[in-house]
Design a protein around this ligand. Structure first.
Ligand code: DC
Length: 231
């Protein structure tokens, strides 16, 4: 079977990672969640007190970048993909609303992006990869054989994220989550370096009205067509 790379980009909480994981499992490909990498750097910046509600010391973060090491490991027992920040499993800590609030400003820093893009390109070198994020089809893997761009209404996305956060016991209101979704859209689409945008050869999928199964089968079919096209 030929090896292809699959890039899944889109707005926050469109379910990119869910479908990317399903696809990688089905095809026996490597799954790489690039949002988790930006989140782990954000957690580091919060812990070092480089960022809080009032201040963001970009220079201090940039100087510390060589001290940050990120790695993914698959937890075979749970079938989950875990991210390690300097050897510590931070998979759960990076999903709080507080990290979500700070991650977009962190992701505007070009030095951060350069470091992560390089690592992402290295991980994708052999093909057989499904990678999700904001700039995968445009910057990280412009040669990807299949590019998907996922969208859904902000309200629908906030509903999904709210449910997820409440289920894990986080004390948040729907309005806070909606505000975070809108604010992240604004920063992600307007930043100077690698803004979120659809690659010209990406296929757009609006999943506001789609269930997970339909979405998976639609994208799997596209992937199988691309793989067959390369035989
Ligand atoms: O996919 P996510 O919501 O976990 O991503 C968190 C943030 O990271 C998102 O708001 C923007 C940033 N990000 C990015 O700039 N580039 C990527 N490839 C992935 C995420």
């Amino acid at each position: 079977m030929p090896n292809i790379t699959i890039a899944i980009d889109g707005y926050s909480s469109t379910g990119k990672s869910t479908v990317a994981k399903q696809l990688a499992d089905w095809l026996n490909y490597l799954y790489i969640d690039t949002g988790a990498m930006y989140r782990a750097i954000t957690l580091y910046a919060m812990e070092q007190e480089f960022i809080d509600e009032e201040n963001f010391d970009r220079e201090a973060l940039i100087v510390s970048l060589p001290k940050i090491s990120l790695a993914f490991k698959k937890n075979e027992a749970h079938g989950t993909h875990e991210i390690y920040l300097n050897g510590r499993n931070v998979s759960s800590e990076i999903r709080t609303l507080q990290v979500s609030e700070f991650v977009s400003p962190i992701a505007t820093v070009s030095e951060v992006r350069r470091k992560l893009v390089e690592q992402q390109q290295q991980m994708a070198r052999g093909g057989r990869v499904v990678m999700d994020g904001r700039d995968i089809g445009t910057v990280v893997l412009p040669q990807a054989e299949l590019k998907i761009f996922m969208t859904a209404s902000a309200k629908e996305r906030a509903k999904r994220r709210y449910k997820e956060l409440r289920e894990r016991g986080d004390d948040v209101t729907f309005e806070e989550v909606l505000e975070n979704v809108n604010e992240r859209d604004r920063i992600d689409t307007t930043r100077k370096d690698s803004p979120l945008k659809k690659a010209s050869d990406a296929i757009a999928i609006d999943n506001s009205e789609m269930n997970l199964e339909d979405q998976f089968h639609t994208i799997l079919q596209l992937a199988q067509d691309r793989i067959a096209g390369r035989v």
